[in-house]
Design a binder for this molecule. Structure first.
Ligand code: PYC
Length: 313
């Protein structure tokens, strides 16, 4: 029997399961190189941690790694039900409180290596984290895609650590009771983008982000985010909020340093802002809250037919 030691947290409602021991040996290369090895030779570990019967659709996973640069607090590889993620904003906040829970860090600033590049966070209190994400930028502006059953949907494509299609066309109020309709609608947009070959700079768009009016007037907007694999983000999505900042900056609709409060579909929020970088890129920072929920060892009995997770749709 082999086991994966995991610590579960949630960030503004969105869960993260971090493998802190028992994971595969991926060598000592960059996180991008280790992610490649993880995806090609250890996918059973990802499925064991996230798929039923040990996990569930919304769960985002992370493999805690030794960093290449020892001045970093950690290296991390994020993944979800469908495969690998380049970066994960809510997951980085979850990592921060998890490292504190493990006694590996104190409050203050810490750097983390990810496949998307170097990021950092500041642990502001036991449960509040400000992250500095990878540079974000808008890749395409106001493109139209014909979505069967819904008609033309217009939006931008932006990078925030993952690739996003962002649209303001929300056919229903952004309220939890409409989550099933938004999930179907967002999946239809994703399918239409895939079918028409519209994507990011290096491949497909992998997240769909739909905007509408905030539920609370102290916020700027509310969003629904569909992640690869079909689950929606319970948090406002860190990489998605970064992509949104890049679009706002490109439109001249938000000044550098001005706070942007983005609600999730369940009403949880991140407060974000940016500083301009060269060539239209921005450096996003986002603040949110995360809590450790559980510590467990996932057991994999060799006689268990579902030790590597159940097949999913
Ligand atoms: O917070 O960046 C994020 C994220 C990506 C997928 C789920 N959450």
């Amino acid at each position: 029997m082999t086991g994966l030691k995991v610590i579960d947290s949630h960030t503004e409602g969105e869960p993260t399961r971090i493998i802190v021991a028992g994971g595969p040996d991926l060598g000592h290369g960059s996180m991008a190189e280790r992610r490649r090895i993880f995806a090609s030779t250890h996918d059973a570990v990802r499925r064991c941690a996230l798929h039923e019967p040990r996990g569930w659709d919304a769960l985002v996973g992370a493999l805690l790694c030794e960093p290449v640069d020892s001045s970093c607090a950690a290296g991390v590889i994020f993944f979800n039900k469908a495969g690998m993620l380049s970066m994960c904003g809510h997951g980085l906040m979850g990592l921060a409180v998890t490292l504190a829970h493990m006694g590996r860090i104190n409050s203050g600033h810490h750097k983390v290596e990810t496949p998307a590049g170097l990021v950092s966070f500041e642990l502001l209190s036991q449960d509040t984290v400000r992250i500095a994400n990878v540079p974000a930028y808008r890749h395409r502006h106001d493109i139209a895609v014909d979505v069967p059953g819904y008609g033309m949907v217009r939006g931008d494509i932006a990078w925030g650590g993952n690739w996003f299609f962002l649209t303001r066309q929300a056919p229903w109020p952004l309220e939890p009771r409409h989550i099933p309709q938004f999930t179907t609608y967002a999946q239809a947009i994703q399918d239409a983008l895939n079918a028409s070959g519209i994507g990011g700079a290096d491949g497909a768009v992998d997240h769909i982000e739909i905007f509408g009016a905030p539920g609370d007037q102290s916020a700027n907007a509310r969003s629904f985010v569909l992640c690869p694999g079909g689950a929606y983000d319970r948090s406002p999505c860190g990489t998605g909020t970064s992509a949104k900042l890049a679009c706002l900056a490109a439109d001249g609709a938000l000044a550098a340093g001005q706070p942007w409060v983005q609600e999730s579909i369940i009403g949880s929020r991140f407060t974000a802002q940016y500083q301009p970088l060269e060539r239209g890129r921005i450096a996003p920072t986002l603040t949110g809250r995360a809590w450790v929920m559980a510590e467990a060892t996932l057991l994999r009995d060799k006689n268990d037919p579902f030790r590597d997770g159940m097949p999913t749709a």
